[in-house]
Design a protein around this ligand. Structure first.
Ligand SMILES: Nc1ncnc2c1ncn2[C@@H]1O[C@H](COP(=O)(O)OP(=O)(O)OP(=O)(O)O)[C@@H](O)[C@H]1O
Length: 547
């Protein structure tokens, strides 16, 4: 990850930008106030960095005062690092070729879409051939998770619990989907062979010989085979859309059970057998409240594979009762997976208390910001902002708007604040005083409104009709949208408030710089924040772990 004290403007542009322009030095530095100081500071620390100092030999940097982050033991991390060094191809991982194919196709489609606004026109992937030539390699968490989960499943049918932890945007969704699809397909193949042998017996007894033209995975038992739990409706949509393509190719029955879902539709699907259900703990719990369901275990007892995605949120005090309540009803689970980009100590304690035999799978870069992120601090206490974070924010947005990147595409920026009541105020100010095109989202928006508002930012960047007029769209939100959302092609994130915990910092910053794409994170601070962020620039510059 690159860290910069920033004391100048971004590259200039010839755009006819319609808003009020702040004077002179736009982006101020945090520690060094002058350019020369800044330079010497950077070169000094670079030379230090080039020594043999290994960032991993430092203890994690404690940022924020609440629930620090916890690292799994170093022995298990070393084992995983060796595994990651050894395996470089999905073929070396035990998954059916048809699962590999859907994984490749799904990832390729995403890679192309989210990359368009990163590339110059000459580099854009234009032809099918180029697309087919893209080589998809497993990421460290995919290697470790697929290998370890499948090996353990092979060894015993007993209940197994895993935590998967890896940095943001590192492909954790496919890290749990691949073993899940593998288990489902193995089950279907077994069911199919049992169906076929039963059929053969019937045929033999009746002396009739017929041929079945049905698809190989036809006969499903009623019930729910697996569930993916996520904390927000946006994530229900996101995960559902990731598995939609796979389900069609593999002939799986998947169900999105969300606010607008209908009980009749659920029952129909349930009778035919649901392979994967994507939902929130609250919505899943709501099933047990229907009169026709006398015993929740009848519904949940059929589930054998469950994933709790964004598990540190699902197991935090605001969710744990619901999540745990629903997990308790799953009496026949064989595999339970908790995934997260951060492992706060509290989460670690809860999981090891509830599941003492848990297997922790985490990657060597856990709790580091992705290397592809460039982190900049803007000190609003120095001129020309004179203590106004709003001015610093407006100026950062202006500079991003004019920096000449993402040519031909709508630019999108996400601004994170700590308190939901600030979202509206900031959006109004940015829009009325600085002419920005701003959307804000809080938990008070209806689910539909939230989904509509976030779609501009989650979907890949839109092409511009008029290439001469750059368009910048701004989303102001709280942590509500920092977890797990795969904002595609977002290149700039602004932290208007200093996040309270390391966890919040990792998740918010991680909305950009996904899967090795470059991204910039600007943290706007003032003198009152200095104590809180002291040491952070150095830690980030040296790619050290947060704790
Ligand atoms: N092996 C791979 N190679 C290239 N791209 C991949 C690979 N696996 C997944 N991706 C892509 O990377 C992006 C991020 O993946 P994903 O959303 O699963 O990350 P994540 O680790 O769950 O992030 P977060 O912690 O923020 O939830 C997706 O667009 C996905 O298609």
């Amino acid at each position: 990850m690159v860290f910069r004290h920033y004391s100048g403007v971004f590259s200039n542009s010839r755009s006819s930008y319609p808003m009020r322009i702040l004077p002179k030095i736009q982006i101020a530095t945090f520690i060094s106030k002058t350019k020369s100081n800044n330079k010497s500071f950077i070169s000094k620390s670079r030379s230090k960095n080039s020594s043999s100092t290994n960032p991993d030999s430092f203890p994690p940097y404690k940022f924020g005062s609440y629930s620090p982050l916890n690292l799994p033991d170093s022995k298990s991390r070393e084992g995983i690092a060796k595994l990651v060094d050894k395996i470089t191809d999905f073929k070396e991982l035990k998954i059916y070729p048809e699962i590999r194919d859907v994984l490749f196709n799904e990832i390729k489609a995403h890679t192309v879409l989210r990359s368009q606004n990163y590339m110059s026109t000459s580099k854009k992937i234009k032809s099918e051939n180029e697309l087919n030539g893209l080589i998809i390699r497993p990421t460290p968490i995919q290697i470790a998770a697929i290998k370890i989960i499948n090996d353990k499943r092979d060894k015993s049918d007993f209940f197994k619990v895993f935590t998967l932890a890896a940095e943001t945007g590192s492909g954790k969704t496919w890290a749990y989907l691949a073993p899940l699809l593998q288990q489902l397909l193995e089950g279907h193949k077994l069911e199919q062979s049992q169906n076929l042998s039963n059929k053969e017996l019937e045929i033999n007894n009746e002396g009739l010989v017929t041929e079945s033209n049905d698809s190989p995975y036809i006969k499903h038992r009623s019930g729910i085979k697996s569930v993916i739990l996520v904390p927000t409706h946006e994530l229900v949509d996101q995960v559902y859309s990731t598995i939609e393509y796979a389900s069609k190719q593999l002939n799986l029955n998947i169900l999105k059970w969300d606010t607008d879902s209908n009980f009749k539709v659920f029952i129909e699907n349930f009778k035919n057998g649901i392979d994967i259900m994507v939902t929130t703990p609250g919505k899943l719990n709501s099933l047990s409240k229907y009169h026709s369901i006398h015993n929740p275990k009848m519904i949940f007892g059929s589930i054998s594979f469950c994933v709790a995605d964004e598990a540190d949120t699902l197991m935090d005090p605001s969710f744990i009762e619901e999540t745990n309540g629903i997990l308790k009803h799953m009496t026949n689970l064989s595999t339970l997976i908790f995934t997260s980009a951060t492992v706060p100590s509290r989460f670690n304690k809860t999981i090891s208390h509830l599941y003492p035999d848990v297997t922790n799978v985490s990657t060597p870069s856990l709790h580091k910001l992705p290397k592809s992120i460039e982190f900049r601090m803007i000190n609003a206490s120095v001129p020309p902002y004179k203590g106004s974070k709003m001015k610093a924010l407006a100026q950062a947005l202006y500079a991003i708007h004019c920096d000449g990147t993402e040519q031909g595409y709508e630019k999108r920026v996400i601004v994170f604040v700590n308190k939901k009541e600030d979202c509206e105020k900031i959006a109004i100010k940015l829009s009325e005083s600085y002419g920005h095109d701003v959307t804000y989202i809080t938990s008070e928006d209806s689910t539909d409104d939230r989904k509509k508002k976030v779609s501009t930012f989650v979907e890949p960047a839109k092409k511009l009709d008029n290439l001469n007029i750059p368009i910048l769209k701004v989303l102001v939100c709280t942590d509500l949208l920092s977890r797990g959302l795969n904002f595609q092609g977002i290149r700039n994130v602004i932290l208007l408030d200093v996040p309270k915990t390391s966890s919040d910092l990792v998740h918010r910053a991680g909305r950009t710089g996904r899967m090795n794409q470059s991204g910039r994170v600007f943290m706007i601070i003032d003198d009152s924040d200095k104590g809180h962020v002291k040491g952070l620039p150095k830690v980030l510059r040296n790619n050290r772990r947060l704790g």
